[in-house]
Design a protein around this ligand. Structure first.
Ligand code: NIG
Ligand code: FE
Length: 407
C-alpha cells in the first residue's frame, strides 16, 4: 500500500538523534517521507512504499535535524569591541560591568536604537546562523530593562520569522542587570519586573519563558527566587544564567522551580549536579563565553555525564561575552574546550537544545511525527561537522517540510 506524501528524501544516512542504541541515532540507507510539515515515515531506501510530488535524491549524503541555537542575545544595539580591547589590556568582565560598561553599555545603545535598526542588525546575525543549518533560535531580551524597550526587543525577535524561514523562541530576561535608574534599589527593580513586566508579558504572550542572571554582578538568589515565583504564578517556565563567574547555588534554586535549563554552569560544583536530574533540567554549555572571557574553570562535565543530565550547546551570541554567530563553531569549542564527544556536541545542538526550549516532543530529532526541520550535508561522517571550523554548509535545508530558499 503506497504512502502518499509531499516530499520524499531518498537515499540518505540519518543521524536521527533518536535513542536507538546507535551512535547519533544512525539509520543507514533511509528514505524520509514528509507531509504537512512533519515527518510521516522513515523507510529503508531499498523498500520505500512512499510516493511524493517532490522527490529529492540524497545520493548517500547525511541528513541531520536542523540545528537549534537554544541560548542567544542576538537583538541588541551598539558594539562592545572596545571592551574586548579593555579585557586584553587586563580588566576583567566583572570589573568592566561594575564600572557601568558591559550589559549596561548595551542597554543604553539598545534603548536608543529604533526597532528598524535593531531588526536590521539582528537579521544579519540570524542569517549567519541560518546558513549553517540552524532552524530554531531562542532570543532573549534583557538589553532594554524598561518595559517599552523589553517589549521592543521581544517583538523584533519574533519579527525575524517574517523575514527568514526559521522558528523563534523568545525569553524575557529582565533580571539581566540593574538599570541605571534603579541604582541602589535592586529590590525595587525586582518588584517592577514581578508586578508590572511579567504580568504584561504573560498576558500578551510576548515570551515563552523567563530567564535571570544569578550572579554577584547580576541578581541574588533571593531576588531570582522572586522572579521565578512571579513567572510560575503567570504560567511561564523559567531558565537561568547560573554559576558563570562564581557559585551562588543558582542551579539548585532553578531546579526547585523545575527550570527548563541552567546555562553556563562553569562554577557548578560536581556534588550539586544531582539536583538537575530530579528537575529534568538541561545543562546548557556556552563555550563561546568561556573562550572570550578566557575562563579556566570548566563546567562539571564528568558529573553531568554520570547523572545522565542532557547537555545542550549554544552560541550565547551577544555583544559582550560571546560575539559568535556560528553554531558549528560553538560545537567545535564544546569539543576542544570542554572535551565533549562529537556526538554529545551534535546532540547538544539538536535534541538536547530542543529540550532546553521545551520543544523536544516535536523537534530536534528525525523521527515519526517530528517537525521536518532537516539539513542535508555532503560529509563522510557527522564528526566532520565539528572537526573543522568554517568548513561546511548544508546542501539544503527544510524548514517545516519546505525547502528553504538560499539565505
Ligand atoms: O550569557 N551572563 C550574562 N549574560 C550574557 C552576557 C551579556 C553581555 O555581556 O552582554 C551571557 O554571557
Ligand atoms: Fe547568555
Amino acid at each position: 500500500m503506497p504512502v502518499t506524501c509531499d516530499v520524499l528524501i531518498n537515499n540518505v544516512q540519518l543521524a536521527s538523534m533518536q535513542d536507538n542504541g546507535k551512535p547519533y541515532g544512525l539509520i543507514p540507507n533511509a528514505s524520509v517521507a514528509i507531509a504537512h510539515g512533519n515527518i510521516v515515515g522513515i523507510f529503508a531506501a531499498t523498500d520505500c512504499p512512499a510516493i511524493a510530488k517532490n522527490t529529492v535524491d540524497g545520493n548517500g549524503a547525511w541528513l541531520l535535524p536542523g540545528f537549534i541555537d537554544c541560548h542567544t542575545h542576538l537583538v541588541f544595539g551598539g558594539s562592545r569591541a572596545n571592551e574586548f580591547e579593555q579585557r586584553l589590556l587586563g580588566q576583567s568582565y566583572a570589573e568592566i560591568a561594575q564600572q557601568g560598561g558591559g550589559i549596561r553599555a548595551t542597554v543604553a545603545a539598545t534603548r536608543q536604537a529604533s526597532a528598524e535598526t535593531l531588526l536590521h542588525s539582528a537579521l544579519a546575525r540570524a542569517k549567519r546562523l541560518c546558513v549553517e543549518g540552524v532552524t530554531t533560535i531562542e532570543v532573549k531580551s534583557g538589553y532594554g530593562l524598561d518595559l517599552a524597550t523589553e517589549i521592543k526587543m521581544l517583538k523584533v525577535a519574533k519579527q525575524l520569522e517574517d523575514h527568514l524561514e526559521l522558528n523563534i523562541i523568545t525569553t524575557y530576561l529582565g533580571a539581566h542587570a540593574l538599570p541605571a535608574e534603579y541604582a541602589g534599589r535592586g529590590d525595587d527593580y525586582i518588584d517592577f519586573i514581578c508586578e508590572e513586566v511579567i504580568p504584561h508579558i504573560a498576558k500578551h504572550k510576548l515570551a515563552d519563558a523567563v530567564d535571570v542572571f544569578c550572579e554577584k554582578i547580576g541578581f541574588s538568589l533571593a531576588q531570582c527566587r522572586k522572579v521565578f515565583s512571579a513567572a510560575a504564578a503567570h504560567g511561564l517556565r523559567v531558565k537561568a544564567h547560573v554559576e558563570q563567574l562564581s557559585d551562588l547555588q543558582g542551579a539548585k534554586l532553578a531546579a526547585e522551580f523545575q527550570a527548563l535549563s541552567v546555562d553556563h554552569i562553569e562554577y557548578l560544583a560536581a556534588h550539586d549536579v544531582g539536583c538537575l536530574k530530579a528537575a529534568d533540567c538541561v545543562a546548557v554549555l556556552l563555550p563561546g563565553a568561556f573562550y572570550y572571557l578566557n575562563e579556566s574553570q570548566k563546567p562539571p562535565i564528568a558529573a553531568l555525564r554520570q547523572h545522565n543530565i542532557p547537555m545542550a550547546v549554544a552560541t550565547d551570541l551577544n555583544p559582550g561575552s560571546s560575539p559568535i554567530s556560528s553554531i558549528l563553531t560553538a560545537m567545535n569549542m564544546a569539543c576542544v574546550l570542554f572535551q565533549l564527544s562529537p556526538e554529545e556536541a551534535l546532540r547538544g545542538a539538536t535534541c538536547h537544545a530542543a529540550k532546553a526550549l521545551n520543544l523536544h516532543k516535536h523537534t530536534g530529532k528525525i523521527a515519526q511525527g517530528y517537525a521536518a526541520d532537516l539539513c542535508l550535508w555532503d560529509i563522510t561522517h557527522p564528526v566532520d561537522l565539528v572537526y573543522g571550523i568554517n568548513q561546511y554548509r548544508p546542501r539544503c535545508v527544510w524548514q517545516g517540510g519546505r525547502m528553504r530558499q538560499a539565505v
